[in-house]
Write a protein that binds this ligand. Structure first.
Ligand SMILES: NC(=O)c1ccc[n+]([C@@H]2O[C@H](COP(=O)([O-])OP(=O)(O)OC[C@H]3O[C@@H](n4cnc5c(N)ncnc54)[C@H](OP(=O)(O)O)[C@@H]3O)[C@@H](O)[C@H]2O)c1
Length: 326
């Protein structure tokens, strides 16, 4: 297939492009900057510079590419600062998820593309009541904290628009395994505490696994919503200490919920104490997806622990082979 990947130079796009090419597909990949275009060329894609918020430019780029399939991975989070107002942090991404999706869907229809797959998000999406691990059938949070209402609404919009058009919305877990993973800086600086009882459940996915699921979704004839998350949704109090260990950082601080509410706002408290995780049963069953990193327990160490150096001397071996001084 000829696949048009919008946002091909981002965290997930950079993992996806090589996997698509390995699977025998031709890739036309978009970025905004020319530096990213050079990287895309090096990965084997045909680069196209595009501001997806310019609907006419998006239409032109898609029609010129004549794709069989379109993947929407454009977000604007690379240099985002995560403060107490998530909607401010995600404002540009929210536009890409609404207007960008509309532009790509219209162009896909006009170009006759058969498949459409888009990036959605599973973590902090589901209703914060009942069971701690949710399937795609479970309701999303209809009453999110005020600071993330627009962000939730943009993801709901994308899920609805894409699936109504016969496409696939992939609700990825929190990404890790890339060069600019969002959690690494704050966790190293001990800016991410365990809030209250740390019971909020997160779902993660390694970027290579997320990319593999995306290829499977493209190659299938399925439509709908799929959680693309690893096998072990877990509360913050479990995964955060493991992440600090994998990073060689100091253990996380603990913060009472009332204090976190004061400094970081209600959204941070809701995520840390009430968030629900997601189940990958449907993706495994229907897409035949099997994550290589079944759990962040192995994945964090694979992503962040320094690789053992082949050059490093083995003191035991040196001792054994040391020539005798007598
Ligand atoms: N995806 C999420 O929901 C999410 C949530 C929380 C944290 N994070 C973290 O955020 C970091 C960045 O992840 P990311 O890959 O999602 O974002 P990204 O690095 O910003 O990349 C997204 C892609 O979209 C492109 N893009 C940005 N604005 C565009 C526009 N107006 N029109 C067309 N294309 C545009 C970028 O092009 P250029 O390369 O040219 O800029 C890039 O190809 C990661 O560390 C991730 O862990 C992501």
């Amino acid at each position: 297939m000829r696949v048009f990947v919008a946002g091909a130079s981002g965290a997930i796009g950079s993992a996806l492009v090589p996997q698509l090419i390995d699977a025998g597909h031709e890739v036309v990949g978009t970025s905004r900057s020319s530096a990213s275009a050079d990287r895309l060329r090096a990965l084997g894609a045909k680069p196209v510079q595009l501001d997806l918020l310019d609907a006419r430019a998006a239409r032109k780029a898609v029609l010129e590419a004549e794709p069989d399939a379109i993947v929407h991975q454009a977000t604007a989070l690379a240099s985002a600062r995560f403060g107490r107002n998530l909607d401010r942090t995600f404002a540009q991404t929210n536009r890409l998820r609404k207007d960008g999706t509309d532009a790509l869907l219209a162009a896909a229809w006009e170009a006759g593309a058969r498949r459409f797959v888009a990036q959605s998000f599973a973590s902090y999406r589901y209703a914060r009541e009942g069971g701690w691990v949710k399937t795609e059938e479970d309701p999303v949070d209809l009453d999110p904290p005020a600071a993330m209402r627009e962000t939730s609404a943009a993801m709901d919009y994308l899920d609805r628009a894409v699936t109504e058009a016969g496409g696939v919305a992939l609700r990825y877990g929190g990404f890790y395994g890339g060069s600019n993973d969002g959690l690494v800086g704050p966790v190293r600086k001990r800016q991410m505490p365990i809030v209250g009882d740390g019971g909020g459940v997160f779902s993660f996915v390694h970027l290579e696994d997320a990319a593999a699921a995306t290829v499977l979704a493209l190659e299938s004839d399925l439509a709908g919503i799929y959680n693309i998350v690893d096998d072990e949704p877990a509360p913050v109090r479990e995964w955060l200490p493991v992440l600090t260990k994998a990073l060689g950082a100091k253990p996380p601080r603990h913060l009472p919920a009332w204090l976190a509410r004061l400094f970081a706002g209600e959204a941070a408290v809701a995520m840390g104490t009430q968030a629900r995780g997601a189940s990958n049963t449907k993706a495994k069953r229907e897409l035949g997806w099997m994550p290589r990193y079944g759990s962040w327990r192995q994945g964090f160490f694979a992503a962040y622990a320094p690789a053992p150096s082949a050059e490093r001397p083995n003191p035991q071996a040196s001792a054994n082979s040391a020539p005798s001084s007598t």
